[in-house]
Design a protein around this ligand. Structure first.
Ligand SMILES: Cc1ncc(C[n+]2csc(CCOP(=O)(O)OP(=O)(O)O)c2C)c(N)n1
Ligand SMILES: [Mg+2]
Length: 673
């Protein structure tokens, strides 16, 4: 006789309790409450094959309630994934074990996305569902025909990003997206009555979702609901009524089961209640066999898919596209044309010009903007909107949903087959930041097109003028911040972002910039992060290090200094992270010996000076803005903050006169008059 679904679910409960107990840390309540629903999904509906983890047409499963990580670890183990092993489960949350505290996509191939920051799993799922429909439009049902399933908790549905994600999914009619809500009425602080009284179901319905309800502790009923969800054209929310910590007789239904080991006595009582073996980390043979059998369900479907791929005549193209690798064959011809017709241009416009070449050469790109298309210059002429009626389009109108856009782009990138880029103002990276951080952590290849990158945006004033943003993004690991100085650098930086396997931020100007790179080069000079743009004519006394729009200022200041007999290098530094990664001799050549007081190093960037001592040394001079901006036309704002060739040259001369002693006196201009 086949074991019942309840017995299969109880294996999840047992493993969750035991692993949390062994670690004396973790969250048993969620996996125990959703064990039946997850069993229904994994044994009857989800399309997957543990024998081919990256099968492109597999269904995607996202545990948005990432604190319940033992749920997915148990499922992966039970269905026969190579990892985690039973030993991995025993080492839950320990150093070096892939069963990390929260599910990490870089630890286990069976984990599609990193979750834990509540709300973002579901928001990434929206991006996965977009990528699926887009690729379906390109390659057809034979090659792309899968769904995205999510398990979400109360927290996922309370977070603000949920509003953005649910709205976008409803608008785009992402019927392949199915969310199972663990409606246990409990969060950490206690009952959800403490903090929530909205009608969650009605909110989804109002956004165009199908909404269903079922007993989440009855796998059969959950299964029926999933069938209905699959049959409907709308995205579906299935409200699964559950009890947190189900099976722990004294603690179930309480917040006590949310995030702590149950304790030996309670685990023992639960074993009795659930009819489990007394020994920890054991799964009865017939139960494990049934689970492994469920894990093999997808095998035939996968081989049939392989056959279709083989016969499609598109195999190489499809697989190359899924690999995410692109070449930069577009770059040289584009630069040749560009150098033939140099003129002042804003780098946001230069980005659009580069994108015309990129989007024509690389069909995987999907652009978009959070309602600033005309300002971010993200839409190229040939791109059609990606809409509910035309998933084949390559431009997403994300609406004013910066966080939702960034999270969706993470989902798209991690789905594979598409390279998302999206824009807003640099200052609003703050709105998108939690998802930018997850791009970096997960190495999701997302390209952020962040325009209006300084006081140079002018009249919109301090609320719109980034100050701390560039440095705060540079402080984030595994993401590169590019701030190109002109159209040539912009194209080079785009090429680097597309080649990278990490996410990138392009910080681009609103205002026109004069060309600083006017000669062809054999190499992409931005690749090293910083390079000598101008060499001192006279004996070198000063190195001016600048980024983006301030490179032009540095060149002007250098000329004035040379006229007074002071040799000045100008170093353009479009990407500090890349410069830091260069060999010591290269860095030494560009910025010789930190302690060499014969040469004054000066940083010029229209943002915070915080952190620039890294390149100027403490005795260097840092020109920037350590206060909020001003509402004024851009030239006036630059004048006010002393970021002009005249003001920079004057400050350098002043500093040289004083001698390059360690000076507390490097007060940013704009403050000291
Ligand atoms: C953005 C974010 N804020 C806070 C937390 C900390 N946190 C983890 S779980 C949780 C409660 C979530 O409640 P629910 O989704 O209902 O999970 P349950 O207690 O039912 O397992 C909180 C606040 C988090 N992980 N992410
Ligand atoms: Mg809850």
């Amino acid at each position: 006789m086949q074991p019942t679904q309840r017995r299969l679910a109880n294996a999840i409960r047992a493993l969750a309790m035991d692993a949390v107990e062994a670690a004396n840390s973790g969250h048993p309540g969620m996996p125990m409450g959703m064990a039946d629903a997850a069993t229904a999904l994994f044994t009857r509906h989800l399309k997957f094959d543990p024998a081919d983890l990256r099968w492109p047409d597999r269904d995607r499963f996202i545990l948005s309630a990432g604190h319940g990580s033992m749920l997915i670890y148990a499922l992966l183990y039970l269905t026969g994934y190579e990892r985690p092993t039973l030993d991995d489960l025993k080492r839950f949350r320990q150093l070096g074990s892939p069963t990390a505290g929260h599910p990490e996509n870089f630890e286990l191939a069976g984990v599609e996305v990193t979750t834990g920051p509540l709300g973002q799993g579901l928001a990434m799922a929206v991006g996965m569902a977009i990528a699926e429909r887009h690729l379906n439009a390109v390659y057809g049902d034979d090659l792309v025909d899968h769904r995205t399933f999510v398990i979400a908790g109360d927290g996922d549905l309370m977070e603000g990003v949920n509003h953005e994600a649910v709205g976008l999914a409803g608008h785009l009619k992402l019927g392949r997206l199915i969310v199972l809500w663990d409606d246990n009425k409990i969060t950490i602080d206690g009952s959800t009555d403490l903090s929530r009284s909205e009608d969650v179901v009605a909110r989804h319905a109002a956004a165009g979702w199908q909404t269903l309800e079922c007993d989440g502790l009855d796998a059969g009923k959950v299964s029926k609901a999933i069938e209905k969800a699959v049959a409907d054209e709308r995205p579906t929310l299935i409200r699964c009524k559950t009890i947190i910590g189900y099976g722990a007789p004294n603690k179930q239904g309480t917040a006590a089961t949310h995030g702590a080991a149950l304790g030996r006595d309670e685990v023992e009582a639960a074993r009795k209640e659930l009819g489990l073996s007394a020994e920890e980390f054991t799964v009865p043979d017939d139960v494990l066999k049934a689970w492994r059998h469920a894990g093999e369900r997808g095998s035939t479907e996968r081989t049939e898919w392989q056959r279709r791929l083989q016969a499609s005549g598109k195999k190489d193209e499809f697989l190359a596209r899924m690999s995410g690798k692109v070449d930069d064959a577009w770059l040289k011809p584009y630069l040749d044309t560009l150098l033939g017709e140099l003129k002042p241009v804003a780098t946001r416009k230069a980005s659009e010009m580069a994108l015309e070449a990129i989007n024509a050469a690389i069909p995987a790109t999907i652009g978009g903007s959070a309602d600033l298309t005309g300002s971010n210059n993200t839409k190229t002429k040939a791109l059609e909107p990606l809409t509910a009626d035309n998933y084949g389009g390559r431009y997403v109108y994300y609406g004013i949903r910066e966080f939702g856009m960034a999270a969706a782009m993470n989902g798209m990138a991690l789905h594979g087959g598409v390279i998302p880029y999206g824009g807003t103002f640099l200052v609003f990276t703050d709105y998108a930041r939690p998802a930018i951080r997850l791009s970096a952590l997960q190495k999701a290849k997302v390209i952020y097109v962040m325009t209006h990158d300084s006081i140079g945006l002018g009249e919109d004033g301090p609320t719109h003028q980034p100050i701390e943003h560039l440095q705060s993004l540079r402080a984030m690991p595994q993401i590169e911040v590019f701030r190109p100085a002109d159209a040539v650098e912009t194209a080079e930086c785009w090429a680097l972002a597309l080649q990278s396997d990490e996410p990138s931020v392009l910080a681009l100007t609103r205002q026109n910039l004069a060309p600083v790179r006017t000669q062809p080069t054999n190499e992409n000079l931005c690749a090293q992060g910083a390079y000598r743009l101008r060499s001192a004519g006279k004996e070198r006394k000063v190195i001016l290090i600048a980024t983006g729009s301030e490179v032009e200022v540095a060149l002007g200041a250098a000329e004035q200094l040379e006229a007074q007999g002071i040799g000045a290098d100008v170093v353009s530094m479009p990407c500090t992270e890349r410069f830091d990664a260069q060999p010591a001799n290269y860095r030494e050549d560009i910025l010789p010996d930190v302690s060499n007081r014969e040469i004054l190093r000066v940083s010029i960037e229209a943002g915070t000076t915080f952190g620039w001592e890294r390149y100027t040394g403490l005795h260097g001079l840092r020109i920037g803005i350590d206060r909020f901006g001003v509402s004024a036309p851009a030239p006036d704002a630059y004048e006010f903050f002393g970021i002009t060739p005249d003001a920079v040259a004057a400050r350098v001369l002043d500093e040289l006169k004083r001698g390059t002693v360690p000076s507390e006196g490097t007060v940013p201009v704009g403050e000291h008059e």
